[in-house]
Design a protein around this ligand. Structure first.
Ligand SMILES: NC(=O)c1ccc[n+]([C@@H]2O[C@H](COP(=O)([O-])OP(=O)(O)OC[C@H]3O[C@@H](n4cnc5c(N)ncnc54)[C@H](O)[C@@H]3O)[C@@H](O)[C@H]2O)c1
Length: 394
């Protein structure tokens, strides 16, 4: 019997995320292992088609990784029924137009976040995908980080009792580009090119908060541009028109208060580039990308405020590491496997374009709050739920 396969149009594979996380760490890693294992134990092989604007770059990538198919003609790829899935890792600005074409062509779609630059566009994508009956998914990678999975384990076990608050610190220093090259593409710092830390990070915060603690019901945010001038790789300066830090308070369903700082202008003084502290009546935890340490109420020290006496207590020693207890694969790859099973077997995949639209809305509301100084309420987002579709793979 011929092996089943699923054809995946991969648009934007010359970019940072498209190349490293989606192509190399996910689709090629799965291909080299023989494909995605389905519920019944059988495998479906993944077949990538590289799409982009620069044929020389695509040809070189295809050669380097032994990939048979590449093209600069997206419409021809979308019109060819050997390809089942359209996957999008383009700059955010170029995303909606490409996704609309893919949905119209009846392809399953899988995309990086944010799904769109505006809420109406994000909702339109969700509604059109539902109408067309195409499976759709949006990257929720932070949920798959080992630290977040351990935190989710604690939440689900009831470890925290009643969860009171979440405080998160995300960020690191992104070099301005003079002297030392910046670690991120320059469009990230130009609002007119779809940049900004709110647009970049709030979609992540939305799915982290709603999947671990409760849907976001309101946001108050202050977004600022701390570094107004940055430098391209060729040394030319440019005006950083987008926010590079955001200080925000989110209120969640059930009354949890989450306060998250996001910044590309902060020097790291914590164990990991992101850390969330969760406090509950019965226990607390601090989770990062990889680690998660917890403190139960029975192990909580009794600090006494005394400005006259230096405090020798080692508060860090009061926390215990949550063990891995499982092997954590690359999160992008795990989500790709889930999405392929969703397309082929109809397994549930709740991280869809409507979830993506909620992320876009949180970013938009955060920027509105920053502009007006007001707290912005977020009623449940009404849009048609997306139907599951079976059998797109051959
Ligand atoms: N999930 C995550 O953790 C994460 C992290 C970083 C970025 N992202 C998202 O991934 C996407 C890509 O970000 P990146 O950092 O890889 O950017 P990048 O600049 O490295 O790559 C962008 C890709 O889009 C292509 N492109 C640029 N302009 C285009 C246009 N006008 N038309 C068609 N193609 C165009 C480029 O050739 C390149 O292949 C963004 O939407 C970003 O928000 C997600």
């Amino acid at each position: 019997m011929a092996q089943r396969s699923i054809g995946i149009i991969m648009n934007g594979v010359t970019g940072r995320m498209g190349y490293r996380q989606h192509l190399v760490r996910s689709v090629l890693a799965l291909r080299d292992e023989g494909g995605v294992r389905l519920r019944g134990g059988e495998r479906v092989q993944v077949r990538p088609l590289l799409v982009g604007r620069d044929s020389a770059k695509l040809a070189e990538l295809a050669r380097r990784h032994d990939i048979a198919d590449w093209t600069t003609d997206l419409d021809a790829a979308l019109g060819d029924d050997q390809w089942d899935v359209y996957a999008d890792f383009l700059v955010t600005k170029a995303r909606v137009a490409a996704l609309l074409r893919a949905i119209a062509a009846g392809k399953a779609v899988y995309t990086e976040k944010p799904t769109a630059e505006t809420v109406p566009e994000a909702l339109e994508l969700a509604a059109l995908a539902q109408e067309a009956g195409v499976p759709n998914g949006v990257v929720h990678d932070k949920l798959y980080l080992p630290g977040m999975r351990k935190l989710a384990r604690l939440v689900r076990s009831g470890f925290f009792g009643r969860i009171l608050s979440v405080r998160g610190e995300f960020g690191y220093w992104v070099f301005e580009g003079d002297g030392q090259p910046a670690q991120r593409p320059s469009w990230n710092y130009r609002a007119e090119d779809g940049g900004g830390i709110v647009v970049d990070m709030f979609p992540h915060w939305n799915y982290v908060l709603e999947n671990l603690f409760g849907e976001v019901r309101s946001v108050y945010a202050r977004a600022v541009t701390h570094i107004p001038t940055r430098f391209e790789e060729n040394g030319a300066s440019y005006s950083a028109t987008a926010d590079d830090a955001a200080y925000a308070i989110f209120e969640l369903d059930g009354g949890v208060v989450a306060q998250l700082n996001s910044s590309w202008a902060v020097r790291v003084n914590r164990k990991e580039l992101v850390e969330f502290q969760v406090d509950g009546t019965h226990g607390s935890a601090v989770a990062g990308l990889f680690g998660c340490r917890a403190q139960h109420r029975t192990g909580t020290p009794r600090p006494v405020w005394n400005p006259d006496l230096a405090d020798a207590h080692d508060y860090g020693a009061d926390w215990s590491e949550v063990p891995d207890n499982e092997v954590f694969e690359n999160g992008f790859r795990v989500q790709w496997e889930e999405f392929v099973r969703h397309v082929v077997d109809g397994d549930p995949h709740p991280y869809d374009l409507l979830a993506g639209a909620r992320g876009v809305r949180l970013a938009e509301a955060g920027l509105e709050s920053s502009r007006t100084g007001a707290r912005v309420e977020l009623p449940p987002l009404e849009a048609p739920r997306v139907a599951l579709a079976n059998g797109a793979a051959k």
